[in-house]
Design a binder for this molecule. Structure first.
Ligand SMILES: *Cc1c(COP(=O)(O)O)cnc(C)c1O
Length: 363
C-alpha cells in the first residue's frame, strides 16, 4: 500500500536517514559502546534544552514521564493547568495515581495565564503544578516564560512542563526558565518514531523525588540520575531510538538551532496563509497560536469562517497522499489540524498545500 505522508500532529513523518540510523547493529546497554553513545549525545541534548542538568532518556511515550513526574514530585496536591485534551487528561492521571489534584480549567483554545495560576498557588495548598506548553489538541501555546517566572514567588512548588509538541521547534531554555521538569516524547517535533521520551529535572526536583515513597521504579527520577552519571539508563532502553536520536541531533546542529526555529515559523506561516486564503479561522485565541501545527475551525461553529466537512477534507487530502487530522476530542468535527513539525521545509510543505488547495476545489 502506498505510504500516506503524515501531517497529523504526531507521530510525524520519519526520514529515510532516521530509519537507517535505527538499523545500526545492536549493542549491550551496559557496555562501553552504549556509554560512548550516551556520552556523545548528552552535550547536544544539554545545549538543545539550555541546561547543565543531565538529560534523561526514557523508553516510553511521553505519558510515562508525565505520570512519573507526578509520582516523583507530588506529595500534597497538584494543580493541573487545563486547556485541552492532553492537559485535561493530566488531571485524570493525577487522580488515578492517587494524588490530590485540582483542576485549573480554561476554555479549550484559551491559554493558561500566570495570574490565574498565582491566585491558586497563593492558597499554599500545592506542591506541584502541571502545564502543557503547546496543547496539541487545540493548537494553543501557553506563555511558558510568564508562568515560569512565578517560580520565584513559589519556590517550593514543582513546575512540571510538557513540551511534547514544541521541544526542538521553539527555543526552550530549561535553566533560564527555572522550572523543575521539562519533558517530551520524540515522535512529535523530533521526528523520531514513537517510543522514546527525553526529560530534564532540576536539582530541587531530584531532592524532592528522593523523599517520595511511592515513586515506583521504572520512572524513578533518582534511578535516572544515578544511572546517567555512568552514561546509562535504569533499564534496557530502546537502543535503536538512541541511535536515531543521535543522528537527529547531528542534523539539528548541522542546520543550526536558530535556523531550525525559523524554519518552523516559516512552515507554520504557510499553513496559516493557506487557511486565510480559504476563509478558515484558527481555533486558539489570537496571540497564543501554536508554531508547530494549525488547528483550524471548520466553520461548523456559528460565525467561525467558512464551513467544510472536516472528514471529507481529510479524505480528499488523503487520496492525494497526505494525512491531516480531523479534530481531537470534543472539538472533532468542528476543527481540523495540520502539523508542520519535524523535518518539514517550505519545499516539502508545498505539495501538501497544493493538495489542500485541490481538495478545497472539490468541496
Ligand atoms: C502527543 C502528546 C502527548 C502524549 O504523548 P504520548 O507519546 O502519546 O504519551 C502529551 N502531551 C502533548 C502535548 C502531546 O502532544
Amino acid at each position: 500500500m502506498a505510504h500516506v505522508k503524515l501531517h497529523i500532529p504526531g507521530p510525524v513523518e520519519v526520514s529515510p536517514q532516521t530509519y537507517a540510523a535505527l538499523c545500526r547493529p545492536m549493542i549491550g546497554h551496559r557496555g562501553q559502546g552504549f556509554k560512548d553513545l550516551y556520552a556523545r549525545i548528552q552535550p547536544q541534548l544539554q545545549t538543545l534544552l539550555g541546561t547543565r542538568q543531565k538529560v534523561y532518556l526514557s523508553t516510553s511515550s511521553a505519558w510515562g514521564v508525565m505520570e512519573g513526574a507526578l509520582r516523583n514530585l507530588t506529595s500534597r496536591k497538584v494543580l493541573n493547568c487545563m486547556c485541552g485534551a492532553f492537559s485535561d487528561k493530566w488531571f485524570d492521571v493525577a487522580q488515578r495515581c492517587g494524588k490530590e489534584a485540582e483542576a485549573l480549567q480554561v476554555p479549550w483554545g484559551s491559554a493558561i495565564r500566570a495570574d490565574a495560576i498565582a491566585e491558586r498557588l497563593a492558597t499554599g495548598q500545592f506542591d506541584a503544578l502541571t502545564l502543557i506548553h503547546n496543547e496539541t489538541s487545540t493548537g494553543t501555546m501557553s506563555p511558558v516564560a510568564e508562568i515560569a517566572a512565578l517560580k520565584a514567588r513559589f519556590p517550593d512548588v514543582m513546575f512540571i512542563v510538557d513540551a511534547v509538541s514544541s521541544m526542538t521547534a521553539v527555543p526552550l531554555e530549561f535553566d533560564a526558565l527555572g522550572i523543575d521538569v521539562l519533558l517530551a516524547g520524540t515522535q512529535k517535533a523530533f521526528a523520531l518514531p514513537p517510543g522514546l521520551a527525553v526529560f530534564v529535572a532540576s536539582p530541587a526536583a531530584l531532592a524532592k523525588a528522593a523523599t517520595a515513597k511511592d515513586r515506583g521504579y521504572y520512572f524513578d527520577f533518582v534511578e535516572f540520575e544515578k544511572n546517567a552519571k555512568d552514561n546509562m539508563t535504569p533499564s534496557t532502553p530502546s537502543i535503536p531510538h538512541i541511535y536515531a536520536l543521535s543522528s537527529k541531533l547531528d542534523e539539528f546542529f548541522a542546520e543550526g538551532l536558530p535556523a531550525r526555529y525559523a524554519r518552523h515559523q516559516e512552515t507554520n506561516r504557510m499553513l496559516r496563509d493557506w487557511g486565510t486564503r480559504h476563509g478558515f479561522t484558527l481555533f486558539p485565541d489570537a496571540g497564543f497560536e501554536s508554531l508547530t501545527l494549525c488547528c483550524f475551525n471548520n466553520g461548523a461553529k456559528a460565525g467561525a469562517g467558512r464551513t467544510v466537512d472536516a472528514a471529507k477534507l481529510q479524505k480528499l487530502v488523503k487520496d492525494q497522499g497526505f494525512l491531516i487530522d480531523g479534530g481531537y476530542g470534543k472539538i472533532k468535527g468542528t476543527t481540523f489540524r495540520i502539523s508542520n513539525m519535524g523535518d518539514e521545509t517550505p519545499s516539502t510543505m508545498a505539495p501538501l498545500i497544493a493538495a489542500l488547495d485541490a481538495a478545497m476545489k472539490q468541496l
